[in-house]
Design a protein around this ligand. Structure first.
Ligand SMILES: Cc1ncc(COP(=O)(O)O)c(C=O)c1O
Length: 563
């Protein structure tokens, strides 16, 4: 079905209009049977109290002024309740009321000591360890406050000004503020770009774009997962298994990096795209340490008539701080997570072009010279809700608004610049120890360490690092003849930079990482191919314990934001 032609209009076309909500098909939680009955009972009580004043009698019991209500002889067949019984009923009502309310204000430690203890342990793990997973970060206290707030209580299906439920006047303002800040953080004009801040994650944001713009089975093309792409761009395993919703419901065909250089092979990409003719060409990935060449992507997308989409999940912070090439000049749609380098709450976001189309493509798209208009807005908004999601997570949207305000600040620019400097310092320190990095270094916040010359797999190395309280994650590595091996790890600088680490601290971390590799290689030599059990047995070995102590001592010197 062409969703955009559906007669169910949610006012997506103009987010500030206030159309009447459409009639709604009842869903389970709308069923009003018991509620109507309850309301009828309450109404009945209220009626009784209103016209019952002349039936009251004042008296004093044990020094306390009391009122006695006499039942109307005609309204009930039951006998009047004696005063002592009534006071017992009152106190049992109060007892019931306080029982019903008892859960409301307990701190977590009292309400659920088991969960509280687990959360405390996780806090300690985060504080005492070195976090080098490129996708992770630490949010600030303000973001945590918004996340853990009463905003989670409100249902607000729809868009600002066009919700299914009432009572959304403040939520509308929060979401509108968040949208405005999103445009501001990335320097976008309201007449050229729209934004949807409701996706629960970037995987859902990406899927919402595909589902909104394509029919099932239509073609997309993204960077292959082993080349550093993300599964949500449509991934099949080498055995042909469809892994993500994008590959299950759409047809996908990937482009790859050049195994000799680790850079995207643009020539092959062009050739493949012209043969395959995807409807959406996707740039962006999870493990690509170099800048994206947007003019080249635009050129190829135009040549094969594709919409150009960039998933900037990894580098959105760099883009906001103008520390990476600007995708908005060349792309039609830009998606992102909000919790990686952007340093906001966990979620997704979609930017889409609106207004008039540029006449000549392959050039900066901000110059409009034609009468044709983009039609992404209604399709994408409809796809997010109602096609794929339900009520927006308002606590998340508020927290995102805070993060986006920060992302537009001069301090955030300093932070992102430091993220890059730190990644470079880490890369240089590893290279000086003769470690091999894919592409020989990094342009952004992450680097890929090829462990194959050390005879290690990423899986073994990440386990050994975990034992030493360092978190990194395994990635695939291409050999020069194109064979893929699970021989690398991805290392990122945003999280430890948020804890205040500078270049020299990253040099220290490089030494820890190198030491962990030496320990892993030695253990491998000693135990042969490391399987689960031998790995377990080295947990208590002196080298691991020493390194773990050093790591914990080092990390504990840096405060953890937000707590
Ligand atoms: C490029 C890219 N897109 C999408 C995602 C998925 O994000 P989410 O976990 O919010 O679905 C990731 C996560 O690492 C990513 O790196």
């Amino acid at each position: 079905m062409d969703r955009a032609q559906s007669d169910l209009s949610l006012g997506f076309g103009s987010s500030h209009a206030l159309p009447l909500p459409p009639p709604r098909i009842p869903i389970a939680d709308d069923f009003d049977g018991p509620r109507s009955r309850r309301r009828a009972l309450v109404d009945k009580d209220e009626d009784f109290e209103e016209d019952d004043d002349d039936q009251r009698e004042d008296f004093i019991l044990l020094g306390h002024p009391m009122k006695l209500k006499r039942s109307r002889p005609s309204s009930s067949t039951s006998s009047p309740t004696p005063p002592c019984k009534r006071s017992a009923i009152d106190s049992s009502l109060e007892a019931r009321r306080s029982l019903v309310k008892a859960w409301g204000n307990q701190p977590l430690s009292e309400a659920d000591p088991d969960l509280h203890e687990l959360m405390q342990k996780e806090k300690q793990r985060q504080f005492r360890g070195i976090e080098l997973i490129a996708s992770e970060n630490f949010v600030c206290r303000a973001v945590m406050e918004a996340l853990g707030s009463h905003l989670t209580n409100k249902y607000s299906e729809g868009m600002p000004g066009a919700r299914y439920y009432t009572g959304n006047q403040h939520i509308d303002q929060i979401e509108t503020l968040c949208q405005e800040r999103a445009l501001q953080a990335f320097g976008l004009r309201h007449d050229q770009w729209g934004v949807n801040v409701q996706p629960y994650s970037c995987t859902s944001a990406n899927f919402a774009v595909f589902a909104g713009l394509l029919s099932p089975g239509e073609r997309i093309m993204g960077l292959d997962s082993p080349s550093g792409g993300h599964m949500s761009h449509g991934y099949y395993t080498p055995g042909g298994k469809k892994v993500s919703g994008a590959s299950i419901f759409f047809e996908s065909f990937p482009y790859k990096v050049d195994p000799r250089t680790g850079y995207i092979d643009y020539e092959k990409l062009e050739e493949k795209a012209l043969d395959y003719r995807p409807k959406i060409l996707i740039c962006g990935g999870s493990s690509y340490p170099r800048d994206w060449e947007f003019p080249r992507f635009r050129f190829i997308a135009d040549k094969c008539g594709a919409v150009l989409m960039f998933d900037m999940a990894q580098i959105s912070g760099l883009v906001a701080a103008k520390e990476a090439p600007n995708p908005f000049e060349y792309c039609d749609i830009v998606t992102s997570t909000t919790h990686k380098s952007l340093r906001g709450p966990r979620g997704g976001i979609i930017f889409y072009r609106r207004g008039f189309k540029a006449k000549k493509q392959s050039i900066n798209l901000n110059h409009c010279e034609s009468n044709a208009q983009y039609d992404f807005e209604e399709k994408i908004n409809f796809s997010v809700f109602p096609s794929l999601q339900g009520g927006p997570h308002n606590n998340h949207i508020a927290a995102l608004a805070i993060a986006l305000k920060q992302a537009a600040s001069p301090e955030y620019k300093v932070y992102m610049r430091q993220v890059k400097k730190n990644a470079k310092a880490l890369a240089s320190a590893l290279i000086s120890r003769k470690c091999k990095l894919v592409t020989g270094g990094t342009d952004n916040h992450l680097l890929l360490w090829d462990l194959t010359p050390l005879g290690l797999t990423g899986k073994v190395y990440e386990k050994v690092c975990e034992m030493c309280h360092i978190t990194v994650n395994k990635v695939a590595i291409f050999s020069e003849n194109g064979v893929i091996s699970p021989g690398g790890v991805r290392i990122g600088s945003p999280a430890m930079t948020s804890r205040g680490c500078l270049e020299q601290d990253f040099e220290t971390m490089a030494e820890f990482l190198y030491r962990a590799a030496q320990i892993a290689s030695a253990a491998l030599r000693e135990h042969g191919k490391l399987q689960k059990e031998p790995l377990k047995s080295i947990y208590h070995c002196k080298d691991i314990a020493d390194l773990r102590n050093q790591v914990e001592g080092f990390a504990s010197k840096f405060a953890m934001p937000g707590i």
